[in-house]
Every structure is written in C-alpha cells, then in structure tokens.
Design a protein around this ligand. Structure first.
Ligand code: DGL
Length: 262
C-alpha cells in the first residue's frame, strides 16, 4: 500500500501523523512543492497548472494507491482536476466549516486560512451551505504558514507575530463570542499549542487531520492484522534544497527521509 501525500510545504505533516497512526503499514511518499511556497499567494489558474504538473511525474513513477492533497489552498481548486485525471482515490482537505457549524454553541466561529482559501468561491459556498445562521469570520492569514515552517526548522516565532495572525479570529459581538476556530490550512496545527496559550479566551480548535485519516481508512480499509509497519517514508522537496540539520532531525522524528527528485 503506497500513499502519495502532497502539500506546498510541511503542513501535510499534520495530516501524515494521523494517517500513519491509522495505517502504519503504508509506504509514504511526501511531495513538498517548496519551490513555489506559499500557495496562498498564487493565482488560481497558475496554482491548478502547478499542482498538476508537479504531481504528474511522481504519480507516474511511484504508482501510489491513493493521493492525499494535504493542502486546503490547492484542494479548494484542483480536486476535480485530479479526480478526472487519475482513477485512484484522491482525498483532499477543505475548510471544516460543516463540523464547526455543527459544534459551535455560540453560533459564532472563525476560519483561519491562507488568503487564497479565504478568497475561493468554494469556501464561501461552504459557509452558505452549512453555516446559515452562524456568524462566520473568515480570517486571511498572510504569514502563518511561513511562521509554521520557521517553527519546524527550529527558528524562533515571536508571540507578536502569532498574535497579529490569530487575533482577528477572536470576535465579540452582540453578547456572543467566538467559541470555535477552524484551522483551514494544514500548516496551522503545527502552531496550535502556541496559539491556544496566547488566545484571549479558550476556544475549540478544529484540526482536520484526524478526519482525513478516517476518510483514508474508509477508502483503503483498516490495517491488516499482523501487517508489518512500513519503513521510513520519503520526502521530496521540489526546490531541490536539502533540509538543514534541525529540519532533517524533525523529519526523521516524523519518520521521513529527504531524497532528491530523480
Ligand atoms: N498548507 C497549505 C494549506 O493547507 C497552504 C500553505 C501555503 O502554501 O500557503 O492551505
């Protein structure tokens, strides 16, 4: 069983962990398109082209059993294209607006996402379809994915920088306040503990990773009894840059070894 996991950078690691937990026997190929990171800043047509062109040679060479597009910014645009092109299952990550609407008690929730995801018709349609009657604040986070990458590389991320990204998600109006925050970019759960510690009041944070892992198990089935765990996965960076020592150690701790693309 082979899983191709894809993101603009390292955000997909927050999806990889629960997927690995559910299917430790699966071989992992992780493709990080860091050459053009961040996707949140790219135009829509450019992004569709880019994703299709970087995924194609990897799918042809690796023949995975499933593709996990662990990037909201790309999923909100390219899922139909990928599904049309490949006969294997393609699982995406899209903003968890439906679960947030179902669980918010104050009917006041926020969605933190890249500027690209916030601008998508797809996201606005999810709000119209599933969150009627809720006060939904869409928060474009211009720098948060980058800050999450810095954090993983062992660089310091200041409270000030985090607060500037997250505070617009905390809204008090008409006697109600935000009780739920959707992390609609796979990078953001990397900073969830930091953000929870800085939050002006406690909220429920929605990290989509576990739900994606459950979807993968629905499609691929449970791990077979007695199946041996797979060896370390492989991560390819499209920039060709080798990870520095801190990042290499972080990747190794998450069961990934960097290899250049052939
Ligand atoms: N991790 C990506 C997402 O889920 C986006 C980060 C970026 O490249 O802007 O949206």
């Amino acid at each position: 069983m082979k899983i191709l996991m894809f993101d603009s950078g390292l955000g997909g690691l927050t999806v990889l962990a629960p997927v690995r937990g559910a299917r430790p026997d699966a071989d992992i190929i992780y493709l990080a398109d860091d050459a053009v990171f961040p996707y949140g800043a790219l135009g829509e047509a450019e992004l569709v082209q880019r994703v299709l062109s970087v995924i194609e040679p990897v799918v042809a060479r690796e023949t995975p059993d499933i593709i996990i597009n662990a990037c909201n910014t790309a999923s909100t645009l390219v899922l139909p294209h990928l599904r049309q092109r490949y006969s294997i299952p393609v699982v995406g990550t899209v903003p968890a607006i439906k679960p947030a609407a179902e669980q918010s008690k104050s009917r006041c929730f926020s969605v933190m996402a890249t500027p690209g995801t916030v601008a998508r018709d797809y996201t606005r349609e999810l709000v119209e379809k599933f969150a009627a009657g809720c006060a939904v604040t869409l928060v474009p986070c211009a720098n948060l994915a980058r800050l999450a990458e810095q954090h993983l590389r062992g660089e310091t991320v200041s409270d000030t920088a985090l607060l500037a990204e997250m505070m617009p998600a905390f809204v008090e109006a008409g006697g109600q306040r935000t009780d739920t925050v959707v992390l609609a970019c796979t990078h953001y759960p990397l900073l969830m503990d930091r953000m929870a510690a800085l939050a002006p009041w406690p909220v429920t944070w929605i990290d989509p990773g576990p739900a994606i892992a459950r979807r993968v198990v629905q499609l691929l089935g449970e791990r077979q009894e007695g199946a041996a765990p797979a060896g370390p996965g492989v991560i390819h960076f499209t920039s060709g840059a080798a990870p520095g020592p801190a990042l290499a150690a972080t990747l190794a701790a998450r069961g990934l070894i960097a290899r250049s693309l052939p």
